[in-house]
Design a protein around this ligand. Structure first.
Ligand code: ATP
Length: 310
């Protein structure tokens, strides 16, 4: 379990992380989302002891990272896929890590298999594609067979096959009872992988929820697209019934606050023939953009304010 409690980190006048509190539990993949500059990397660096918080704490299984006896066996991290020496082979890089942490060659072979690196294990890391570098970073994170994994933007640079691979791997690791925490600035990347999401903006917590709850909330906020023989009459009746009706193009209605079934029944009562009736549920991406809209706007207006002040 990862626990972040009243965590704040300031860089001069910038509050990169501002009184952030959340917990990441085992047995699920938890996504860590926020727009660029929201404070995700700063939070992760505080969790793994690379940044000293201005105030508050970040612990893994109740202890600060610096106090962990065998960090590699307790927390697997991937903060930057490209931290291996370019002149080394993938195998050499992993073997070096394994030796300094008292791990056996068999484990190195195992993680090379898990990360799908068999065919390139003897090649120099300097010639690796971004995706291969990410796989190597994940292999290194898994080396100590840790119960907790923290991955900063692991999907970055992976092709569709790689994305599918990492989704399966992370879900399987969570199903084994591990704590899996990964950051992204794209909801779409996480929606199919994570069971839970922690969303931040401007260093503050915006949401800490099950993805299923977010999906349900988003679906409720969806709308119904309607084309009908007498759209004007149908629109009026819908408005009278309390629905919000927009007309995106002549003859087409966009209805919120009424289900497709209710609209169908109403049209039938009015004797209006429906030509189209389709539900458009809001996407998780929409929910995320709504959540973070203020954070992004704030950043944009701050830049403008600064420009105006000059
Ligand atoms: N070492 C530093 N010195 C000064 N400011 C910093 C430093 N590191 C981060 N910041 C600032 O803190 C804020 C949060 O940055 P952080 O990198 O944690 O965000 P992020 O959510 O990881 O963003 P991204 O998705 O772009 O990686 C930003 O305004 C950033 O400019």
């Amino acid at each position: 379990m990862i626990e972040v409690t009243h965590l704040s980190k300031r860089y001069g006048a910038t509050a990169a992380v501002d009184d952030l509190t959340f917990a990441v539990r085992p047995g699920a993949v938890t996504g860590f989302l926020g727009p660029n500059g929201a404070g995700k990397s700063t939070t992760i660096r505080a969790i793994v002891g690379l940044d000293r918080p201005t105030s508050g704490t970040a612990t893994v299984n109740g202890r600060r990272y610096a106090d962990l006896k065998a960090p590699l066996q307790e927390v697997g991290t991937m903060l930057d896929g490209r931290n291996a020496h370019p002149g080394r082979t993938a195998f050499g890089h992993l073997m070096g890590l394994a030796r300094t942490h008292g791990m056996r060659r068999a484990r190195v072979e195992q993680v090379i298999g898990l990360a799908g690196l068999e065919s390139v294990a003897r090649r120099r890391v300097g010639g690796f594609s971004l995706g291969m570098g990410q796989r190597l970073g994940i292999a290194a994170a898994l080396l100590g067979d840790p119960p907790t994994l923290i991955l900063d933007e692991p999907v970055n640079g992976l092709d569709p096959d790689g994305v599918r691979w990492i989704r399966h791997l992370l879900r399987a690791l969570a199903e084994e009872g591990r704590t899996v925490f990964l950051s992204s600035h794209l909801m779409s990347e996480l929606a199919e992988t994570a069971g839970r999401v922690v969303v931040i903006g401007r260093g503050k917590l915006l949401a800490d929820e099950d993805v299923a709850t977010l999906v349900a909330e988003t679906a409720r906020a969806g709308s119904v697209r309607v084309r009908a023989t007498d759209p004007g009459r149908l629109a009026q009746a819908l408005r009278t019934a309390g629905a919000a009706v927009a007309v995106p193009e002549p003859g087409t209605l966009e209805v919120a606050g009424s289900t497709a079934g209710e609209i169908g029944a109403l049209a039938s009562r009015l004797g209006v023939t429906l030509l189209e009736l389709s539900t458009t549920s809001g996407t998780l991406e929409d929910a995320y953009l709504n959540l973070t809209a203020d954070a992004v706007q704030y950043r944009a207006s701050t830049t403008t304010d600064q420009a105006d002040a000059r």
